[in-house]
Design a protein around this ligand. Structure first.
Ligand SMILES: NC(=[NH2+])NCCC[C@H](N)C(=O)O
Length: 256
């Protein structure tokens, strides 16, 4: 297993986004195993340029990508789509849908467009060659959708599950899973080190149980943990066992 650290903040519109670089390093340091690779990011870097670096550095096989903002997952998910096609289910654990287009986005920030871009609508330079069928997407814990996103969810065939218990039933026999985690899926009352918090989120145990349930019925072919903006010692302490649990479930997932 490889751990790909992407200290990107350029996809986020949050005023505190610069903290994401430190968050990426802290998250990578919490992963108890794996070979760590770090994508170079600096003041001059663009989302396009970083995506190109991720593409050239992404090792074959299972990769845990740590952000950085949510859009660090563009290339890893796109690769899983091209490898697994209609067998792939993408579980998007997030407070947000990240389903805006450049036209519908209220912020203009790419991290709110990344999942929509994977389905084919987004900044032209970032749309992948092989598109993700919305019917292969499961939104988990998502509770803050902009109007354009609501309309897209209602018309596109995306599965939107507010209750994360039993979400593994979205998997058919033979399916494999990609698990994207934006830490703002957690309730801000228990974890608030994120740039775009939204009330009504999951407890850490609920997130872990849901991920473990997916990993017990399907091969997890990739995972990302994103959007950590370190701002308190208590949040950092909460993440240590959570990251260990999530990555252990990933490593131990059923092999198809
Ligand atoms: N991955 C995230 N934290 N996304 C936040 C997106 C917020 C808002 N929906 C936007 O598009 O600007």
């Amino acid at each position: 297993m490889h751990v790909l650290e992407v200290p990107q903040w350029q996809g986020s519109g949050a005023p505190t986004a610069r903290r994401l670089a430190e968050g990426a390093a802290l998250l990578a340091g919490m992963v108890p195993y794996g070979t760590r690779l770090r994508v170079p990011v600096d003041e001059e870097s663009s989302v396009d340029g970083i995506a190109a670096s991720v593409r050239s550095m992404l090792p074959p096989g299972p990769v845990l990508t740590v952000g950085g903002d949510c859009s660090v997952d563009l290339v890893p998910v796109a690769r899983a789509v091209s490898q697994y096609g209609a067998r792939l289910k993408v579980f998007w654990f997030d407070a947000h849908g990240d389903l805006n287009t450049p036209e519908s986005s209220p912020s203009g920030a790419f991290h709110g467009m990344v999942l929509r871009t994977l389905t084919g609508t987004g900044p032209a330079s970032l749309v992948p060659d092989t598109l993700l069928d919305p019917e292969r997407i499961v939104l988990a814990g998502v509770r803050d959708l902009d109007p354009g996103e609501q309309a897209y969810v209602a018309s596109s065939g995306i599965t939107h599950l507010r209750d994360t218990s039993g979400l593994e039933s979205a998997l058919a026999p033979g399916d494999v899973a990609y698990i994207h985690i934006d830490l703002d899926v957690l309730d801000p009352g228990v974890f608030s080190s994120v740039g775009t918090p939204a009330p009504g989120g999951l407890q850490p145990g609920e997130l872990l149980d849901a991920v473990a349930a997916i990993a017990s019925v399907a091969e997890v072919v990739g995972m990302a943990i994103t959007e950590y903006e370190p701002s308190s010692a208590a949040d950092q302490e909460l993440l240590v066992p959570l990251v260990r649990g999530l990555t252990s479930a990933f490593a131990a997932s059923k092999k198809s």
